[in-house]
Each structure stands twice: as structure tokens, then as C-alpha cells.
Ligand binder design. Structure first.
Ligand code: ADP
Length: 412
């Protein structure tokens, strides 16, 4: 069975075509700058040369049509007919409290995703555009949706509620949702597999640290707390996002600097984090380079980033009354030995002992970086959110077939 995975943004679509027989990627690519006369299409088949073209692509429907054309292309294509694709899986950022698992798309599901626009005004409308674009190009194609928030729906009330008037939760569903759920789920399962112990026995902390960053406490395979909240702004310091600050900073800055709500929102999301402290970049690679050249502000940004992450690891170890496994993933987690070292150095009290040579070694594979006698196992696990979307879609479609087309849903 071949599954197409789509991650639709407001002006972009990323895609992968999976062969579920061996979970290999047959082709991947993206369409960027949708809505302009100079959209960029990049298509990379697993074997053979890729394509990069610039053309006018004014909407998501046209973008999906172009993707299908490329998948079928005489020279660069990987399927002989669209009928070879059995289902499409979509990444959706916000599933609110409605979606605790991945589901097959129907009118009701689309309505619910629309109802959640308020909670994810930038992301959910784009995902729905992707779903509709597939529907228009491939009528009757089974589609599934996989939510970034779903894995965190196991959090207990004491972890997901904010200590603010309960009426706000009741009326507007203001609470912690958490994000990157598909990634935290994938790396936790993979880590348990590598350790060779049932995940049900393990207390884990997974650190997904890329441009966006979040940290999750996973007990017995279930998310019990996570650092992102109602939106992906809360928690760790990030490339350009502040993470945790005193909420009173918002009205204070608005009054002192005469800023609007929108301006403060933009300041906290786009002009804060490592970018604000370093003064020149929110990109960890550039921060580390400048730090090594003696830039003091870059060093401060690096230290703050690692310090704040280490505090979360300590807090989550306390939340679970122990820690067995610490996992690093995403751009920084997978590639920055400096960050991993700085975080782990302050965690010896928990039983974390890094193997410095293993930490420095570069590899694209999941691996241990803790010393053999470290009580807490530390691993680097490259994330693979697309694979989880493909697997969930495959499972849902297979279950529906087995059940003779009655609607089903399945947890991640
Ligand atoms: P996104 O959240 O956009 O998916 P990524 O997971 O790709 O982001 O992570 C991007 C971050 O990873 C950037 O801060 C980048 O500098 C960092 N990164 C990538 N490679 C390295 C590296 N070799 N050393 C340090 N940081 C790295």
C-alpha cells in the first residue's frame, strides 16, 4: 500500500510518498510560496534525479495537482497511476480536546478542525486547505488526520489546567495542549525499543529541540506533562520565541512601549528567544560558531537555552518521581553535541552520565550517548513525524477495510 503524507502550511505543502510494504520513502518534496507567480516546486524521487521549478501556483488545489503530476511524471515519477496511492495522511497542528487520536476524515471531522481555528489561527486553516485540495484532485481518496496535540491528551487535569479562573477553561477551553506530540511519541517508542524494555515500565523525558522546542514527561508511554501550552509559545526558550516569562511582562511592555497586543505577540514569537539575547541569530549553529569566536552575547544565549532546558528536565523528573531515559531529538537535539553536553553536565545528581566520545560522534542513526554505567540512559533519536502519519493512516485505512467500511478511529 502506498500512502501520501502531506503537511500543508498557509503558503507551502510538504509531501512524502511511502511504500508501506517496507516503510520506504519513494519520493518527497515541497511546494513553497503558494499564492504567487513564483512558487518553487522541489521534487526528489528516492532514485534518480530531482526536479526544481518555479511557476505560478495560486492555490493549494493547484499545488496538490502539481505534486500528483510529478509523482506520475514519465521521467521523475514514482507511480504509474494515481490508483496506486491508497490513502493520504495529513498533519494537523491543533486537535483541541476533540481529537485524542488520529482519525479518518469525514464532514464531521472537517467541521471540528474548523471549530478549532481559534486555537490555531495560522495552522488549522492551512491543514483544512490541504484536505480540501486533495479531495478536489482525488475524489473519494481516503484521508486521515494526525494531530500534534493528540499524544498529550493523556495529561492529567492538574497538569493541563492553568491556575486562572475556571470559567476561562469552560468557556474558551484555555488550557495546556502541548505540541510536537507525534515526534515525542515516535522517539519515546524508538528509545524503549533500543533499550529493550517495555515502555510501560519507563519514566522518560523527551526533548524535541529545533526552531520550536518542547520537552515532555512520558510515564509508561503516556504524556503526563509537556512544556508547550495553549500555544507553542510556552515553555523552553526557542530560536525566536521567548518560552516562559512572567505574564505581567505583557501589560507592562504594552504600557511602557505603547505597543498593541499584536505587536507584543509578534515580539514574543518572532523577536525573542536566542535571537533577542544574541542580537543576531536564532539559529543554534550560528550561535555556537559565534560563541566559539568569543561572542559574549552568543554565549549568554547558549547558556540560557541550556539552563532553561535543564530546569525542565529537573522539574519533569520530579513530576514522575524519577527518570530512566532522556532523549534528544530535532535539529538541535540531533546535531548539537555542545547543547547535549551542557544540559547533561548539570544532571549528574539524577544519575545522568554522558559518554563524551559517543556524544561527539556524528550519525544519522538513533544511538546511546550515556556511559555504560549511567543510571539514566541518554539517547539521540532522529525524529520521524511523517512515518507516524503514514503508519496511522495505513492502520486506519486497513481497519476500515477490515470492518467493511464502518468508521473507526485509533490511538497513536
Ligand atoms: P524546525 O523546528 O523548524 O523543524 P529543526 O528541527 O530543523 O527546526 O531545527 C533547526 C535548528 O537546529 C536550528 O537552530 C539549527 O541551527 C539547529 N541545528 C541544525 N544542525 C545543527 C548543528 N550541526 N549544530 C547545532 N545546531 C544545529
Amino acid at each position: 500500500m502506498k500512502i501520501l503524507v502531506i503537511n500543508a502550511g498557509s503558503s507551502s505543502i510538504k509531501y512524502q510518498l511511502y511504500n508501506m510494504k517496507d516503510e520506504s520513502v519513494l519520493a518527497s518534496g515541497r511546494v513553497e510560496r503558494i499564492g504567487t507567480e513564483s512558487a518553487i516546486v522541489t521534487h526528489e524521487p528516492a532514485a534518480g534525479p530531482g526536479v526544481r521549478e518555479v511557476s505560478g501556483i495560486l492555490d493549494h488545489v493547484t499545488a496538490v495537482r502539481r505534486v500528483l503530476d510529478l509523482l506520475l511524471h514519465r521521467e521523475h515519477g514514482v507511480v504509474a497511476s494515481i490508483a496506486e496511492i491508497e490513502a493520504v495522511g495529513h498533519r494537523v497542528v491543533h486537535g483541541g480536546e476533540t481529537f485524542k487520536a488520529s482519525v479518518l476524515v469525514d464532514d464531521e471531522v472537517k467541521r471540528s478542525i474548523r471549530d478549532l481555528f481559534d486555537l490555531a489561527p495560522l495552522h488549522n486553516p492551512a491543514a483544512l486547505m490541504g484536505i480540501n485540495a486533495v479531495e478536489q484532485n482525488m475524489p473519494n481518496m481516503p484521508q486521515a488526520v494526525v494531530f500534534d496535540t493528540a499524544f498529550h491528551q493523556t495529561m492529567p487535569r492538574h497538569a493541563y489546567l492553568y491556575p486562572i479562573p475556571m470559567a476561562l477553561y469552560r468557556r474558551h477551553k484555555i488550557r495546556r495542549y502541548g505540541f510536537h506530540g507525534t515526534s515525542h511519541f515516535y522517539v519515546s517508542e524508538r528509545a524503549a525499543e533500543m533499550i529493550g524494555r517495555p515502555i510501560a515500565e519507563l519514566k522518560m523525558i523527551t526533548c524535541h529541540i529545533g526552531n520550536g522546542a518542547s520537552c515532555t514527561a512520558i510515564q509508561g508511554g503516556k504524556s503526563i506533562d509537556t512544556s508547550m501550552g495553549l500555544t507553542p509559545l510556552e515553555g523552553l526558550m526557542m530560536g525566536t520565541r521567548s518560552g516562559d516569562i512572567d505574564p505581567a511582562v505583557v501589560p507592562f511592555v504594552m504600557s511602557k512601549e505603547e505597543l498593541t497586543l499584536g505587536e507584543v505577540n509578534s515580539m514574543l514569537n518572532k523577536h525573542s528567544g536566542m535571537l533577542a539575547i544574541s542580537g543576531f541569530s536564532g539559529d543554534m549553529r550560528e550561535i555556537v560558531e559565534a560563541m566559539e569566536d568569543g561572542d559574549r552575547n552568543a554565549k549568554l544565549a547558549f547558556d540560557m537555552f541550556c539552563y532553561r532546558l535543564r530546569k525542565y528536565v529537573g522539574a519533569y523528573a520530579a513530576a514522575m518521581n524519577g527518570l530512566d531515559v532522556l532523549v534528544f531529538t530535532a535539529g538541535i537535539g540531533e546535531n548539537s553535541a555542545h547543547v547535549r553536553k551542557a544540559v547533561c553536565e548539570g544532571l549528574t545528581f539524577l544519575g545522568v552520565q554522558l559518554d563524551e566520545t559517543a556524544n561527539q560522534r556524528h550519525s544519522k542513526d538513533a544511538r546511546f550517548i550515556s556511559a555504560p554505567d549511567s543510571r539514566v540512559k541518554v539517547l539521540v533519536v532522529p525524529t520521524n513525524e511523517e512515518l507516524i502519519i503514514a503508519r496511522d493512516t495505513f492502520r486506519l485505512v486497513s481497519e476500515r477495510k477490515a470492518a467493511g467500511d464502518s468508521p473507526v478511529s485509533r490511538g497513536q
